[in-house]
Structure formats: structure tokens, C-alpha cells
Design a protein around this ligand. Structure first.
Ligand code: FES
Length: 199
């Protein structure tokens, strides 16, 4: 028998509410499983960014600035916030060289691969330092000490080849001088960490 229209609509509303509660509960469970850092970041970011696709890049940048890289969890919460598939967020992020997918090491070594630096030997620097650290560009050493990165141009071409270690710019760098600087960075960090562990 045909039901009155009002009855059908009440039934549909009840069903929609149930589905909404189930979705919220699933969202809650997924949020509970998130990495603590991602949860903390998202607690602030959710209110800061409108749930529209134009927020995607700013949210990715915000997550990386807060977390140091883009964990998968962060891309998934962004996708949920924007109501888009996670694959779309991952695809967009992968299009930009600025995003990292691994936690960075304690120290960052960034070698310029721009034309001026390339002409003055940055390719050799990259090969030798990569071999000496045992990593390729974009990766972090197994002990978590160093992340090796490249950049298109630091804007200091007169100093080529240019390398930046933890924000300190060095120009006219040679393989030998860069190895020394990396050794000194590692050595300087050890006593500071030992003192912190004791203190
Ligand atoms: S090309 Fe290296 S600083 Fe410009």
C-alpha cells in the first residue's frame, strides 16, 4: 500500500540522521587513530581553512610548516575536511616539489642545482655528498641526522656553488669544504644533545 507522503519524508529524515550519526562516529574513530601531531595541527587548521578546494594548497603548506613534512594522516584529514578523495590531495601534493613525505632529519643540507651553481660543480657536490651520506636528494639518512635536498636557485648566484646547512648559507663550496662542514655540524650537535639528555 502507498504510504502518505509525510510518513515517507519522516522515515527518510530518520534514516538520514542515522547515517549522519554513523558518519560522525566513523569520523570520530578515524580521528582518534590519527597521529598526535596531526590531531593537534588539525584542531587549529579545521577552523582556519574553509572546506573548499581552494584551501587545499594552503592546508598542505600549513601541515608541512607545523609537522615538518606531510604525513599520510595529514593528507587524509585534509581530504575529509574538503570532502574530496584522498587520492586527489596526494596527487596535488605530489605535483609540487615543495612538499616532503618523510620526517626531515635533524639537519638539512640543501644544495643549489640552478644553472650558475650547476656550471660551477653543484652536480659533483650532490653526487659526492649523497654518496658520503648514503642518501639521494630528498631523503634522510638512516640515523635521522641529515636530510639532503636540492633547490632551483637561492638567488645568490654570484657565490655559486651555494649550499645551505640549517639555514646557514655557504658560497663557493667545494666537496672537501662541504664534507668538513657536515662533519662539524654532526660533531657540534652531539654534546648539545648529550647535555640535554642529562639535564
Ligand atoms: S643558481 Fe645557485 S644560487 Fe642561483
Amino acid at each position: 500500500m502507498k504510504q502518505p507522503a509525510s510518513h515517507i519524508s519522516t522515515g527518510k529524515r530518520g534514516h538520514a540522521r542515522k547515517a549522519d550519526r554513523a558518519n560522525k562516529s566513523r569520523r570520530g574513530e578515524r580521528t582518534a587513530q590519527l597521529d598526535a601531531g596531526v590531531k593537534r595541527w588539525f584542531a587549529g587548521a579545521a577552523a582556519m581553512f574553509a572546506p573548499s578546494q581552494s584551501s587545499m594548497i594552503p592546508m598542505l603548506q600549513s601541515a608541512q610548516a607545523a609537522l615538518g613534512y606531510l604525513p599520510r594522516d595529514a593528507m587524509q584529514v585534509i581530504a575529509r575536511h574538503l570532502s574530496v578523495p584522498p587520492a586527489l590531495v596526494e596527487g596535488v601534493a605530489s605535483f609540487y616539489a615543495q612538499f616532503r613525505y618523510e620526517a626531515p632529519g635533524k639537519h638539512r643540507v640543501t644544495i643549489c642545482r640552478g644553472t650558475a651553481c650547476h656550471v660551477r660543480g653543484s652536480g659533483k657536490l650532490m653526487d659526492e655528498i649523497g654518496a658520503s651520506l648514503g642518501v639521494e636528494a630528498g631523503r634522510t639518512t638512516a640515523n635521522g641526522e641529515f636530510t639532503l635536498e636540492t633547490v632551483a636557485c637561492f638567488g645568490a648566484c654570484a657565490l655559486a656553488p651555494v649550499v645551505v646547512i640549517d639555514g646557514k648559507v655557504s658560497g663557493r663550496v667545494s666537496v672537501a669544504s662541504l664534507k668538513t662542514e657536515i662533519d662539524q655540524t654532526a660533531t657540534a650537535a652531539r654534546p648539545a644533545r648529550a647535555a640535554k639528555a642529562k639535564g
